[in-house]
Design a protein around this ligand. Structure first.
Ligand code: B12
Ligand code: SF4
Ligand code: SF4
Length: 371
């Protein structure tokens, strides 16, 4: 029988492994269904669209006997600062750490090492992570790799929430671990740290308010949430940065990593942007949604040097981008922003863009904008 110790010996020391069986997770299925009924799923698919499948490993892997779960830390050099340490919109990283480069590379490589051992013993294997076939967090908790945090993140000793989860499903019969018996205790730091109040109760996330979800959805970003987007273009780390068990991991990595400049997203070609965003969830792989996010980020940072760029976007053929550019200019409250919006309204026929431009002009202060 392949043992946990044997598997642990082939992966990096900081990767925590656990094993669990393939019994279903009926409580989690019920929880996911309840979130959908209460409209807390924010229109997302993944496990929300297939709760029965995601919570029954044998629904997707009828041949499976065991699941080997890996908690793979992903913080990299440069990740030690840039988020949550100031009160201005500029203090937010444009790309959350898990998506700044393809940090699943290490997950895949770790799972490949585990697979090799199992395959060499004649077993069937399949990698699974971050899709609709398995509830990764619940599997990690049952295998003894992590505990449930109030932010809904699962946490592991030494790394807090800063790890990704990957599993190898196998037909090997293995000895299961015990669920990790830990809790957040009296800590509640993540709840007030969330900029949109998306953690509505301990362990309950309203995904329709979570910036991480909002920035990967199609359509217009709800106006009432745009200020909270700050300078983010993809993902959000605030509830992770606030989490004390993650402090040692953040302290171990250096500060000062390069940040994607949201303005550069508005000037680069689709191909260049696709290279940066190739591992992000972008609706229909259409880069207009990444540019939509960048327009909000540029609006929020309020730099005078961005105004010409935003004015240029008022002439963009895509009404979604014209509308978000109008909003972004409204945040600048300067005379040339006002003039550009007034000019736009002379020729603009799209009702949504007109509404955004009118709303931007009506913003307190813009009509009395100073040059
Ligand atoms: C859909 C999804 C999202 C959605 C919804 C997230 C959510 N919380 O439901 C959005 C787009 C918002 C999202 C955001 C992020 N995600 Co995501 N996401 C997923 C995905 C695909 C499914 C999650 C799911 O099933 N949600 C349904 C709900 C019901 O399940 P849950 O939140 O896990 O519920 C648990 C808790 O609520 C807990 N619980 C229930 N009641 C109570 C009560 C108390 C008191 C407590 C303490 C706990 C508790 O038990 C539940 C079952 O385990 C998984 C991959 C996968 N296939 O599992 C990745 C995954 C969860 N995401 C991940 C990451 C990294 C993120 C982000 C950090 C990315 C970022 N920086 O922007 C954020 C974190 C936001 C947050 N606070 O959760 C990692 C999390 C790793 C970890 N250490 O927890 C995963 C596991 C991907 C991976 N394979 O590594 N994500
Ligand atoms: S990822 Fe950001 S918006 Fe989502 S729950 Fe965490 S702090 Fe709130
Ligand atoms: S911030 Fe505190 S309450 Fe929230 S997940 Fe981390 S330890 Fe738990």
């Amino acid at each position: 029988m392949v043992t946990l110790a044997e598997l642990q010996s082939v992966v990096a020391d900081e990767v925590r492994l656990g094993i669990t069986d393939c019994a279903p997770f009926p409580d989690v299925a019920q929880m996911i269904r309840k979130r959908v009924t209460q409209e807390l799923h924010g229109g997302l698919g993944f496990t929300y669209s297939a709760p029965d499948r995601a919570t029954d490993p044998r629904a997707s892997f009828p041949w499976a006997q065991s699941i080997v779960v890996a908690a793979v830390p992903y913080l990299a050099d440069g990740d030690g600062d840039g988020d949550g340490d100031g009160d201005g919109a500029e203090m937010h990283r444009s790309v959350a750490r898990f998506a700044d480069g393809d940090r699943y590379v290490r997950v895949r490589a770790t799972l490949a090492l585990l697979e090799r051992i199992l395959v060499d013993r004649g077993h069937r294997v399949e990698q699974v992570f971050d899709d609709d076939r398995l509830v990764d967090r619940a599997v990690a908790v049952r295998a003894g790799v992590a505990w449930n945090g109030k932010s809904t993140m699962v946490l592991t000793p030494g790394h807090g929430p800063w790890f990704l989860i990957g599993s190898v499903v196998t037909d090997a019969v293995m000895e299961s671990g015990e669920p990790m018996v830990r809790s957040c205790g009296s800590c509640t730091a993540c709840i007030p740290a969330c900029p949109t109040g998306a953690i509505i109760a301990p362990g309950v996330l309203d995904a329709s308010r979570c910036l991480s979800a909002i920035l990967q959805r199609p359509g217009s970003i709800p106006i009432q949430l745009r200020r909270a987007v700050g300078t983010r273009v993809y993902g959000c780390d605030d509830c992770l940065v606030a989490c004390p068990p993650g402090d040692p991991a953040l302290a171990r990595v250096s500060t000062g990593g390069g940040q994607l400049d949201p303005a550069s997203v508005l000037t680069m070609s689709d191909d260049e942007l696709e290279d940066i965003a190739n591992h992000w969830y972008v609706p229909k792989r259409n880069m207009r949604f990444v540019r939509r996010n960048a327009l909000i980020a540029v609006g929020n940072r309020g730099l005078e040097r961005d105004i010409a760029l935003l004015c240029g976007y008022l002439g963009h053929p895509d009404p979604l981008l014209r509308a978000h550019a109008a909003w972004a200019l409204g945040q600048h409250k300067r005379e040339h922003s006002r003039a550009a919006l007034v000019t736009l309204l002379v020729e603009e026929h799209d009702p949504d863009v007109r509404r955004e431009a009118d709303a931007a002009l009506a913003l307190e202060g813009l009509n009395e904008a100073t040059p």
